[in-house]
Design a binder for this molecule. Sequence first.
Ligand code: NAP
Length: 263
Amino acid sequence: MHNEACSLLNLDYVYTAFDVAPEDFKTAVEGLKALGAVGFNVTMPGKTILYELSDTLSDAAKLSQSVNTVLLKNNKIYGYSTDGIGYMRSLKEAGHDIIAQKMTLLGAGGAATAICVQAALDGVKEIDLFRRKSAKWNTTLAFADQLTSQTNCRVNVYDLDDNSSLKSSIKDSAILTNATSVGMIPNEQNCLIPDSSFLHDGLIVSDIIYNPRETRLMKLGKQAGCMTINGLQMLLYQGAASFELFTNHQMPVEKIKEKFFKS
Ligand code: NAP
């Protein structure tokens, strides 16, 4: 996607992949600085390591304690998080407005955290975050408290097994977002919502999974008359946001969509 965009815009950059062991991240970043690289993306576990290594962090990177896009300038490391930006833009481009409304969010992993942070920064009024009870429960509670105190969004945490809270949260929400891996190939029969009675007409049902293109959750949503959206556009727009940081040029998203993102 990045190389295609550079070629379309006649920009002299190349985007390539390196398999770097976690213990070598620091040296690799110093090497990229010495080579004059403009920046790079990282995936787990690099997102946490680059959060620690960055000299300056965007608000989203700070709040999510995660970095997926790095700019190298003036011998410094600038960390950003574009997953949430990509998600919010995917909704906007699809004509869905959730600002000042309520969101029910399933999951509390990397993607869910990024979405929660960006939604709060962008002006979503309230987020009910449902996660399974595990050793990470208290970390999620602390994250929700911090986000509530540092933004104008109230973030509440619930046990994913609490079906009655789940049903009533969705009833009050403009959007239900699955940000877990439940429903992804090869387990595409799985779904965290028991049945379509949990959903209502007018609700946006959003799954950030893009493989399969239509998850079981989205099928349930269609049965209940909901608007549905998969994760393909989030993937595109998080890349577009990184591209704009790297090059100061807008990614030609329509052409990129045509080439790589036909559903
Ligand atoms: P992650 O950090 O590993 O988080 C996974 C989340 O799913 C955790 O909250 C985990 O709960 C939860 N989960 C997994 N299995 C579950 C189950 N059986 N029941 C309830 N909760 C369960 O992964 P991630 O990076 O956030 O990715 C999550 C999904 O989003 C993946 O399918 C990934 O492909 C997709 N994704 C899409 C995009 C996009 O651009 N569209 C971007 C990033 C990720 P615990 O914490 O309790 O384990």
